[in-house]
Design a protein around this ligand. Structure first.
Ligand code: DLZ
Length: 158
C-alpha cells in the first residue's frame, strides 16, 4: 500500500493509518462538471482503495467553486465528518473572476480547516485551459482527486 501511495502522491509514505472508521465529506463543484466528476471518481476510488468504507463517504454538490468554503463549513461542523475534500475547477480563460474566485476559495477552505480543527483539503484545479484541466483530472498528469484523497488520509494520520 505504501509504495502505491508514494507513486500516487509523489510524497513520502508517512502518516498512513487505518481509515476504516474514518468518515469523509466529498464536496463537488458543479462548474466544469466533466472535470469535477473525474476528480470525484479519483478521490472516491482512492479512499476506498485505502480502506475507507463506502457508507462512511458522504457527497454533496455546490453550484461553483466559490461555494466550496461554505459547503465545507457545513460539512466540517458535523461531528460525524473527520475530513472534508473540496473538489472544483476554475479555468482562467472562462472567467474574469478567476483571481477573485481562486483566492476566496483558497482562503475560505483554509479558514474552515483551522476553525473546525479538521483536514479540509484543497482539491481545486486552477488551470489556464480546459486541456490542462483534463490532463490533471485523470489524464497525463494524473488525477488531483486522488492526490486530495491521499492528502486527507495523511492528515488524519498526523
Ligand atoms: C461564475 C463562475 C465562472 C465565470 N467561472 C467558474 C469556474 O470556472 N469554475 C467554478 O467553479 N465556478 C465558476 N463560476 C461560479 C462561481 O464559482 C460561483 O458559483 C458564482 O459566482 C456564484 O457565487
Amino acid at each position: 500500500m505504501a509504495s502505491t501511495l508514494k507513486n500516487l502522491s509523489q510524497h513520502s509514505d508517512s502518516n498512513i493509518q487505518d481509515i476504516g472508521s474514518k468518515r469523509f465529506g466529498l464536496l463537488v463543484s458543479e462548474w466544469n462538471d466533466e472535470i469535477t466528476e473525474s476528480l470525484y471518481s479519483g478521490a472516491l476510488e482512492t479512499l476506498l482503495r485505502y480502506g475507507a468504507k463506502r457508507e462512511n463517504i458522504f457527497r454533496k454538490n455546490v453550484p461553483g467553486s466559490f461555494e466550496l468554503p461554505l459547503g465545507a463549513q457545513w460539512m466540517a461542523k458535523q461531528e460525524k465528518i473527520d475530513a472534508v475534500i473540496c473538489l472544483g475547477c476554475v479555468i482562467q480563460g472562462e472567467t474574469r473572476h478567476f483571481e477573485f474566485i481562486c483566492n476566496a476559495v483558497a482562503q475560505g477552505i483554509t479558514q474552515v480547516g483551522l476553525k473546525y480543527d479538521k483536514p479540509v483539503i484543497f482539491g481545486v484545479l486552477t488551470p489556464d485551459t480546459q486541456q490542462q484541466a483534463l490532463d490533471r483530472a485523470g489524464g497525463k498528469h494524473g488525477n488531483k482527486g486522488d492526490e486530495a484523497a491521499i492528502t486527507a488520509i495523511k492528515m488524519l494520520g498526523f
